[in-house]
Write a protein that binds this ligand. Structure first.
Ligand code: SF4
Length: 242
């Protein structure tokens, strides 16, 4: 057996332990899946090891067709459907009425208002009553995510936040996906390492930061949607194990 296979096996075992400990300490625990490559690894591990974590996704209404196709493919592959949260219609109507259908291109403030209506508010509803949430954040994903740790209290949302893949590399994520036949977004094979809403995501060039295609018209330090932010910055969180 190659050393990289052993290393991945050990990392998967650590993720399983982390998730089971989270359930023991913090149930009910939910996993927020954006259907990215990391999220598909976690979905596969949660289902494969039958871990008691409910999975949800947020349908902003502006996702690429490939992401909807993956949602359907994953439901077929696993024989289970994630819960889907959508924005409140009135909030989107007010936003579009005030700023236009693609108003998020006009300024960072307007873009963040769109992300708030379409992502942050549905997230708040999805996390209501939960004691911990799981995400696929990794510390090597970009300059905005270097502070990501495995487990810490999320002051912004008032519950524990578990990032079991915080220390995984991009190579390890893809090794796991290919070794286990995990379904993934077709856009990943077209130069999209990070995928969000269709109008706010584009392919990147070789050598660019893997989140360079997200809100590409903004500076790197503003490129978060608000799901993982406090006071305009990515949460700085202390390390705790569960
Ligand atoms: S990523 Fe773009 S379309 Fe999606 S919620 Fe944010 S601003 Fe709106």
């Amino acid at each position: 057996m190659s050393s990289s296979v052993v290393q991945i096996d050990e990392k998967v075992a650590a993720v399983v332990d982390e998730l089971r400990a989270a359930v023991d300490h913090f149930a009910p625990v939910v996993f927020a899946s954006s259907m990215g490559a990391e999220d598909m690894v976690l979905m596969d591990i949660i289902y494969r090891y039958n871990i008691d974590v409910d999975i949800f996704s947020i349908d902003t209404g502006r996702l690429p067709a490939e992401t909807y196709a993956l949602m359907a493919a994953a439901a077929t592959h696993y024989g289970r459907r994630s819960v889907i949260y959508m924005p409140q219609a009135e909030s989107v109507e007010i936003f579009v009425g005030a700023y236009g259908i693609n108003g998020f291109f006009d300024s960072i403030d307007v873009r963040k208002a769109c992300c708030h209506a379409r992502k942050v508010e549905p997230l708040r509803r999805a996390l209501a009553g939960k004691r911990a949430w799981v995400t696929g954040l990794r510390s090597s994903q970009s300059s905005t995510r270097e502070a990501v740790v495995i487990s810490a209290f999320d002051d912004n949302n008032g519950l524990q936040k578990i990032n079991p893949l915080a220390l995984w590399s991009d190579t390890e994520v893809w090794e796991y996906i290919h070794a286990n036949g995990v379904p993934y977004n077709a856009l990943h094979d077209q130069g999209f390492p990070s995928i969000g809403c269709a109008p706010c995501t584009r392919a990147i060039q070789p050598g660019e930061d893997i989140r360079a295609g997200r809100w590409w018209w903004e500076n790197p330090e503003t490129k978060e949607c608000g799901l993982h932010m406090v006071d305009g910055r990515l949460q700085r969180i202390k390390v705790e194990t569960v």
